[in-house]
Write a protein that binds this ligand. Structure first.
Ligand code: SF4
Length: 754
């Protein structure tokens, strides 16, 4: 599982001089976020400083982490780049595909059999290209990364939104789409708009029932699910230094729920303790040597309002435990107000299941605090009234907490230990319920609680709290129970008040594990064969897309003129389609099936211009492809908003759509289209959207002199013989025009390898 110490040494060698140069150029003290970002610029500090806030800046990340669901397409694409190995340390983690049903052993065995072809592919592709592979059961990506790979001052990207967890160990860690991961592994820069900065000053000290989770539950209440959009949240102050490293991880992890790009804490003693406790003394020593650079400048933290776009202050000594939900993580209640809210809103007070763990909250500290609560129940004759599950974040944690007796304690309380995997947190939960139509309540120590997130049931009211509060409420079986003030009655009829939880940050006997579940890649992977069954319906090797034919594009059929919102979900739906993420042909059968056709106000119903018959969008497009005819998709404002899902760009490319013409793009989707060798165009005059008719054949003129900043022309050939000519804009730079001409960015990388 070796972390790459040489890479970290290199980062730390350059860090101070880069930070000092940036400070001089910017002409003011720097936040930690700025230091890390400036230290990881791809090139040209001066230019990038000028670009700050205006445009996208190129960065050079240190690591890539991928979870199994998103890694499939990222790695299938990476194979197209023709590189012998990945350009930077990268890992794959098998955590999302394991369904929780009975308990760890049985569930893991079932997942290994059901997902064998996916695991075999990921293991072999990792082996071949120098990627560390964490087997199913090894743990959840973010917990494993925190334990093994995160380091203060580093920059990491990961194909999962909770990649941000590594901010707890002082890393700027950001969730991205598979296309970005692929490019970075292939040796390209990674671009990000320089974020806004939100400072959160923590004073005081956590105590009693209050834990790190309550900090982020409180912040979510203040900032709401949108408040962190486009911003990096930086925590500082005495209070920050008093929180354990894993507690910091919890806070950063759930920063995804306020829409933040990421969150980060400065390097401190707690981080050094965690590095030392997890066998990374060398990193702690290196970090100690440059510690002043691994935190924000003193002037910034003493006058934060001058340096952050927004500042929030929280006194940890006054912070109450919180419970957030249902259906949104920003509906925050201090526990003293929660019972009244339950009654007022008529939320089901009976608590059916309490679930602790996940990548957010399964540290040794979390588990020991929860176990101290569970132990009281066991010793005082209290039977847990709700079902109770424990999801360890990694095998390292699971093995250690088993050795130290905590799993035994949970077992005595009636708890069921689930696999070290995402399980109920991502809806991989075969929940036992007699009546799914009944309104019901569950509480978790996870992060997301949108409708249907955990069990797919819209009637489930899911609340989020710290693991110790979840444990106490599961014992009570009652959502209105407040362990700080209320009493329970045990089997002997005695009134019991639970004592405050007690935790241990780091195991006194150290962490231990027999088999962490890591598979190192082959030293020379050149002879390793990537395993993909030719008959698989879940995986398919990709073929390179064709290069541009060198002419203007003529006779493109209008596939669909989408009306209104058209997000990546409308373009490439999730849900049952997720299982085809590694099979471009199969997943393309969901292309644009959620988009509303302007002409008939229906979804997944467009006119096949060859037959005049209405049919499903992918079927019509496949008919055009079979006839060797290109097509064009027309859309409205902010087309492609939502996620960075690359399938939304790959599917139209694969099925033969040549251009997407819209009023405006969501930027990531626009870039994804460019990367796939598509034409991403915008109306110069948005009113021209109305000129597009259902039976149009469209020519795109000017491609032979395709130049940055120069618009193209579209000729709309209407069915009645009339024509319209419109001007369309694009944002292709010289490099992106080469992507178009070569048939996609990966074709260029591959050609450069030859
Ligand atoms: S445990 Fe939940 S939040 Fe964490 S990676 Fe898995 S699905 Fe995402």
């Amino acid at each position: 599982m070796a972390f790459d110490i040489e890479m970290i040494k290199k980062v730390y060698e350059q860090f101070p001089s880069r930070v000092e140069a940036a400070r001089k150029l910017v002409g003011k003290p720097l936040t930690l976020t700025e230091k890390i970002l400036y230290a990881h610029l791809w090139e040209g500090l001066a230019t990038q400083v000028q670009q700050r806030g205006k445009s996208y800046v190129d960065f050079a990340p240190d690591r890539v982490a991928m979870q199994d669901a998103t890694a499939q397409m990222a790695l299938l694409q990476f194979m197209q780049a023709g590189r012998p190995t990945v350009a930077l340390p990268s890992t794959v983690h098998c955590d999302h595909l394991i369904q929780a049903e009975t308990g760890a052993t049985q569930d893991l065995a079932k997942a290994k059999s059901q997902n064998k072809e996916v695991y075999d592919f990921l293991a072999s592709v990792s082996d071949k290209y120098g990627i560390g592979f964490w087997k199913p059961g090894a743990g959840i990506i973010h917990q494993v990364v925190l334990e093994s790979y995160a380091f203060p001052g580093g920059l990491m990207i990961g194909t999962d939104s909770h990649t941000v967890n590594a901010g707890g160990l002082g890393m700027v860690a950001i969730g991205v789409g598979g296309a970005d991961a692929c490019d970075v592994m292939a040796g390209l820069a990674w671009e990000l708009k320089f974020p806004k900065l939100i400072g959160v000053k923590l004073t005081g000290k956590l105590s009693g029932w209050t834990s790190a989770k309550d900090v982020i539950l409180k912040v979510a209440g203040i900032l709401t699910v949108k408040g962190g959009t486009g911003a990096i949240v930086e925590y500082f102050g005495d209070g920050a230094e008093s929180i354990s490293c894993t507690g910091k991880g919890t806070i950063c992890n759930m920063g995804a729920e306020i829409g933040a790009t990421t969150s980060v804490f400065g390097y401190d003693k707690k981080m050094a303790d965690y590095l030392n406790g997890t066998g990374r003394e060398m990193i702690a020593k290196l970090a100690d040597n440059i510690s002043e650079h691994l935190t924000g400048d003193a002037e910034v933290y003493s006058s934060p309002e001058k340096y952050f776009d927004q500042v929030i202050e929280i006194n940890l000594s006054e912070l109450e435990p919180h419970i957030n939900g249902p259906f949104t993580p920003d509906l925050a209640f201090p526990i003293s107000k929660f019972a009244a809210a339950v009654k007022e809103n008529n939320w089901p007070a009976q608590l059916e299941v309490g679930l602790i763990g996940s990548c957010t909250n399964s540290s040794y500290e979390d588990i020991s605090r929860s176990a101290s609560v569970a132990n009281q129940a066991v010793e005082m004759g209290l039977n847990a009234k709700s079902e109770f599950t424990i999801t360890p974040g990694s095998e390292l944690v699971r093995f250690t907490i088993e050795r130290d007796g905590y799993l035994d304690t949970f077992g005595k309380m009636g708890g069921v230990v689930l696999a070290n995997a995402c399980g109920p947190c991502i809806g991989q939960w075969a929940r036992h319920t007699s009546d799914p139509t009944k309104k019901n309540s569950i509480i978790t120590s996870f992060n997301r609680n949108f409708a249907k997130r955990n069990d797919g049931n819209p009637n489930t009211h899911s609340f989020v709290a710290s693991p110790e509060i979840v444990t106490a409420l599961a014992i009570a079986g009652d959502l209105t129970f407040n362990p700080l003030t209320d009493y329970l009655t045990n089997s002997r009829g005695e009134k019991i008040k639970l004592a405050e939880p007690k935790g241990i940050e780091m195991p006194l006997k150290g962490f231990a594990v027999e088999d962490a579940g890591y598979q190192a890649p082959a030293k020379d992977g050149s002879s390793v064969v990537v395993k993909v069954d030719a008959n698989s319906d879940r995986l398919q090797l990709l073929d390179a897309f064709n290069a541009w034919e060198g002419t203007d594009l003529h006779n493109l059929k209008l596939l669909i003129k989408a009306k209104g919102k058209c997000t990546t979900d409308h373009i490439s739906m999730a849900g049952p389609w997720l299982k085809y993420r590694g099979h471009l042909d199969n997943i393309s059968n969901n292309m644009l099936i959620g988009a509303l056709n302007f002409f008939n106000e229906k979804t997944n119903s467009v006119k096949n211009q060859l037959t005049g018959v209405y049919d499903e969008v992918p079927k019509v497009q496949r008919a055009y492809k079979a006839a060797g005819i290109g097509s064009i998709v027309v859309g409205d404002e902010n087309y492609g908003e939502g996620s960075s899902r690359e399938h939304a760009a790959m599917e139209p490319r694969f099925l033969g759509v040549r251009a997407v013409l819209v009023k405006s793009f969501a930027r990531i989707h626009e870039t994804n289209l460019k990367k796939q060798g598509m034409l991403a165009l915008t109306f110069s005059n948005t009113a021209d959207y109305d000129k597009i008719k259902e039976d149009d054949s469209i020519d795109i003129i000017g491609l032979k002199s395709f130049t940055p900043g120069v618009p193209l022309t579209l000729e709309l050939n209407h069915a009645n013989g009339s024509k319209d000519e419109i001007t369309v804009n694009h944002t292709y730079n010289a490099q992106q025009i080469e992507w178009f001409k070569s048939g996609g960015a990966l074709n260029i990388i591959r050609m450069a390898q030859v």
